[in-house]
Design a protein around this ligand. Structure first.
Ligand code: HEM
Length: 503
């Protein structure tokens, strides 16, 4: 906010600002002349590698304290790591109506430059900011987050998950173990779920013996390509910013393919609506709601594209991590199983939202995995106003980083932080453990107006899968422990050869 006469931000007149220390004094690694700090971020030659992001984050905290500045990064604003959770809370709470989350520059370029012909002024929500973001989000937020929409997908996603579990049974070897590339199968399940939600269709990714030129196989390949290469494109080899590298050209082709798939299914949904009219009994689908309220297929297409782009890897990585933790924590897994057995004495009991709601221990287990092994390692905001943070004057334009992976594990904010205790998320009446748990220390879905748009679907998909799986099967892991690794997400790195046996 500015005063009209001299355009000086109002905050400059406060005693808080006047008493604060100058920005230059924020601690952090000193940039060296010419190369700045960029070299530290470069893979291999630098002090830090991409896979070290989680480690860098805690090293920076140990070395410099509650607030750390990473300046001198060529071609990008300073990064400001904040480890004081009260300050993180303040940043979120004062972020205004159009929070700016710097993300996915490759997608930004694709939407705003390469395919401006298609997107025009409708960029969607991911990689879009200011008023265009607010306008688009307000068009789709209600139908996506409505409880009635989520309820509408419970049964269809249960069917997808039943198919997945049937497929898992066929994949078991003589020792009842799942194959080395089981993470790919989880990936296909999440793709099938998002296809059901965002495109109103069964994509067919869980079929066995898919031929290489079948559409589902092509979609699986495209999604896998996006997963493996976007990290390289954005973190390791950002030369595409200046000229079209082969990786960039492939990325664009891949994205064009996704846009085409979305357009094809959204056209079918629109045609169905035209012929059959809006659904007279029961709840319309998400697409029907968006198409009917917005009267514009393009909005539905762009929404679907965004949901698909961010809704596959996040959830599949989260599921890999949760399954690994369950398989290596037999006592806690047994508690989940007993809870499910009590709620569903017959394993074939159809799920309802009410039943899911009562799976307190299961939900607490998921939250505890997110706290200790934060799948999305951090969140961030580009400051849109000057602010005082941790006693320093921070200019607008700086990118504030909230390293959830560190803050969720800080004893200062979470009692017995190094211990895995799902009970901390339960109420005392549910056998909860009373201790400190700062509400902003672990925020797996972010916070505020820009919070994860797919969080209700993410919770629904994960709960359905875990409830069905752990009600009927025991999961074990009999190999060397896996390390966690970071690309964009934090997940166990290695073959998830779980042993899966029926109770
Ligand atoms: C467990 C899985 C998931 C996790 C941990 C997760 C986490 C996040 C986080 C941290 C953000 C940033 C929020 C912020 O800036 O405050 C985000 C944004 C977003 N997520 Fe998720 N997400 C998950 C699954 C999904 C799914 C399944 C979908 C789609 C169905 C989805 C769609 C989105 C979208 C569209 C945004 C951008 C919102 C905006 O900028 O307006 N997410 N997610």
């Amino acid at each position: 906010m500015y005063e009209h006469d001299d355009m000086v931000p109002l905050i400059h007149h406060t005693t808080e600002w006047q008493n604060a220390l100058p920005y230059e004094e924020v601690p952090g690694p000193k940039p060296i002349p010419i190369l700045g700090n960029t070299w530290r971020m470069m893979p291999i030659i630098g002090q830090y590698t991409i896979g070290d992001v989680a480690k860098i984050s805690s090293q920076l905290h140990e070395q410099y304290g509650q607030i750390v500045k990473f300046s001198g990064l060529i071609g990008r604003p300073d990064l400001l790591f904040i480890y004081d959770v009260d300050e993180i809370e303040k940043c979120y709470r004062t972020e205004g109506t159009t929070p700016f989350r710097p993300s996915m520059p490759s997608l930004v370029k694709y939407k705003s430059v390469v395919r401006k012909d298609f997107f025009g002024d409708l960029g969607g929500v991911v990689g879009v900011h200011g008023e265009p973001w607010r306008e688009f989000r307000s068009k789709v937020q209600k139908p996506v987050l409505q409880l009635s929409t989520v309820r509408r997908y419970l049964q269809p996603l249960e069917v997808v998950t039943d198919d997945f579990l049937k497929r898992c049974e066929t994949l078991l070897d003589a020792n009842s173990e799942l194959p080395e590339d089981f993470d790919n199968e989880i990936h296909k399940w999440s793709l099938e779920c998002i296809g059901r939600v965002a495109l109103d269709t069964r994509l067919g990714c869980l079929e066995s013996n898919l031929s290489p030129d079948s559409e589902p196989q092509q979609i699986i390949n495209a999604a896998k390509y996006a997963l493996r290469n976007v990290a390289t494109l954005e973190l390791k080899a950002p030369y595409w910013r200046y000229f079209p590298t082969p990786l960039w050209t492939h990325y664009v082709k891949n994205m064009n393919f996704f846009v085409e798939v979305c357009m094809k299914y959204i056209k079918s949904a629109t045609d169905r609506l035209k012929v059959q009219g809006p659904c007279k009994h029961g709840e319309p689908s998400l697409l029907e709601k968006v198409i009917m309220s917005q009267k514009d297929e393009k909005i539905a297409t762009i929404m679907a594209l965004d949901l698909i782009l961010v809704g596959i890897d996040t959830i599949s990585m989260a599921v890999c991590s949760i399954l690994y933790q369950l398989a290596t924590r037999p006592e806690q897994q047994e508690k989940v199983h007993q809870e499910l057995k009590r709620l569903m004495p017959d394993p074939k009991t159809p799920l309802t939202l009410q039943l899911l709601d009562q799976m307190h221990y299961l939900k607490a287990f998921i939250k505890e995995v997110f706290r200790m092994y934060s799948t999305v390692i951090g969140n961030g905001r580009t400051l849109q106003e000057d602010a005082v943070i941790c006693g320093y004057r921070i200019p607008k334009g700086v990118q504030a980083v909230f390293p959830t992976i560190v803050t969720g594990n800080m004893e200062k904010y979470v009692t017995d932080a190094a211990e895995f205790k799902p009970e901390r998320w339960l109420k005392p009446s549910q056998g909860g453990f009373e201790g400190k748990l700062h509400p902003f220390a672990s925020l797996p879905y972010g916070y505020g107006a820009r919070m994860c748009l797919g969080r209700r679907f993410a919770d629904l998909e994960m709960q359905i899968l875990l409830a069905k799986l752990l009600r009927s099967y025991k999961l074990e892991y009999e190999h060397e422990p896996l390390e966690y690794a970071v690309t964009f997400m934090y997940a166990p790195d290695g073959p998830l050869k779980f042993k899966m046996t029926k109770y």
